[in-house]
Design a protein around this ligand. Structure first.
Ligand code: NAD
Length: 365
């Protein structure tokens, strides 16, 4: 495996391979970029078929965290860890404590959190070895991020409505919600309270029934959600749902939901723009969870966290403005907003060096 080539491809700062024979730990920690601050990103546990696959996933996801944290206005860089193993059978206190010691060894350059395959109790074991972990079960902790993520999606949907309809009000609007799990159920609460009409779908019939009973929602079969007459489509279940097959079927004016990686490929962002559909970039509209976890690091205060999450509305407003003025799709506008923030902060950090007459001035002779 050509590590440096791969690091160059994803433009990452540091890759740490972690091995602990006694506990069976095999993990990679990838620090993508620390320009804005310590690299925050979850630790994923997954039975990767190969080490290459595990590293590739960590490299790709760490880059995503840099963009997400930057666009969310957090003073944090991006990173990610992957632990190779089956979360159902390979977990142990020793394994997470060994991982925690590796996190500690980075001296705060990387801060870990829950992710796919890891839970609050795993973070508690990590906490025994390092303070550079969030999302533990501490009584004053931030707890389940889903309600906060949902609030952020609600605020982001209002920004998308403003862009599409000229008003952020969702009263009387029809919203098609794909998946009514942890985040979307809470999202539906906000939408219902504002007077929106809901059309929901889920592969879990109980989840659908609950949404119908609680919000008077209409329901459709999972595949029919792309065809419904609605104002806004809210993908809150799976990735890659905006693709060649689904985009031509959409009858909505905006897409705003919590799911990660909604665009199958970047070109599908262009396809939405061509169809005149406003798209709220996923990693921005669903950043409530990471904003919540970041608040945890400074002594959790729910009011402050919600205030910050509420700003997703303003960030999306800025993104739509960039997209309009530069004639680019909104997903690229989000990337540019994040990149520009990192560049500006990075440039001010090197100001001292650039101002000095010569590098030689800095050498103690
Ligand atoms: P969840 O598992 O509670 O909910 C997902 C729901 O989607 C489930 O009810 C599931 O049955 C349903 N579903 C699965 N396949 C489906 C299909 N083909 N059609 C319709 N419904 C289907 O998960 P969640 O925590 O609510 O997260 C939802 C999405 O938001 C995920 O993509 C997640 O990565 C993303 N997200 C969540 C958070 C958070 O704080 N929980 C933060 C950021 C992003």
């Amino acid at each position: 495996m050509k590590w440096f080539e791969q690091m160059e491809h994803y433009d990452v700062e540091q890759v740490v391979a972690c091995r602990d024979e006694a506990s069976g730990l095999k993990a990679f920690i990838v620090i993508h970029d620390t320009t804005l601050g310590p690299a925050l990103g979850g630790a994923r546990m997954w039975p990767y078929a190969t080490e290459e696959e595990a590293l590739e996933d960590a490299l790709r996801l760490s880059r995503g965290m840099t963009y997400k944290n930057a666009a969310a206005g957090l003073n944090l860089g991006g990173g990610k860890a992957v632990i190779i193993g089956d979360p159902k059978s390979d977990k142990s206190e020793a394994l997470f404590r060994a991982f925690g010691r590796y996190v500690e060894s980075l001296g705060g350059r990387y801060i870990t959190a829950e992710d796919v395959g890891t839970k609050e109790e795993d973070m508690d074991y990590i906490k025994l070895e390092t303070n550079f972990v969030t999302g533990t079960s501490s009584v004053n902790g931030s707890g389940d991020p889903s309600p906060v993520t949902a609030f952020g999606v609600y605020r982001g949907m209002k920004a998308a409505a403003e862009e599409a309809f000229g008003t952020p009000s969702l009263k009387g609007k029809t919203i098609a919600v794909q998946g009514v799990g942890q985040v979307a159920f809470r999202l539906c609460e906000h939408l219902h309270e504002e007077g929106a009409k809901l059309i929901v779908t889920d592969i879990d019939e109980q989840a659908v029934q609950r949404a119908c009973d609680t919000f008077g929602a209409e329901s459709v079969d999972p595949d029919a959600i792309y065809d419904v007459e609605a104002d806004i489509f809210a993908p809150c279940a799976l990735g890659a749902v905006l693709n060649d097959e689904t985009i031509p079927r959409l009858k909505v004016r905006a897409v705003a939901g919590s799911a990660n990686n909604q665009l199958k490929e970047s070109r599908h962002g262009f396809a939405l723009k061509e169809r005149g559909i406003v798209y709220a970039p996923d990693y921005v509209i669903n950043s409530g969870g990471v904003i919540n976890v970041a608040d945890d690091m400074i002594g959790y205060n729910k009011e402050r966290a919600l205030r910050r999450v509420s700003k997703i509305y303003d960030v999306l407003g800025d993104i739509f403005e960039i997209a309009r003025s530069r004639h680019i799709p909104s997903h690229l506008a989000a990337d540019q907003l994040a990149e520009e923030r990192i560049q500006q902060v990075g440039a001010s950090r090197t100001q001292f060096l650039r101002r000095s007459k010569s590098v030689l001035d800095l050498i103690d002779r």
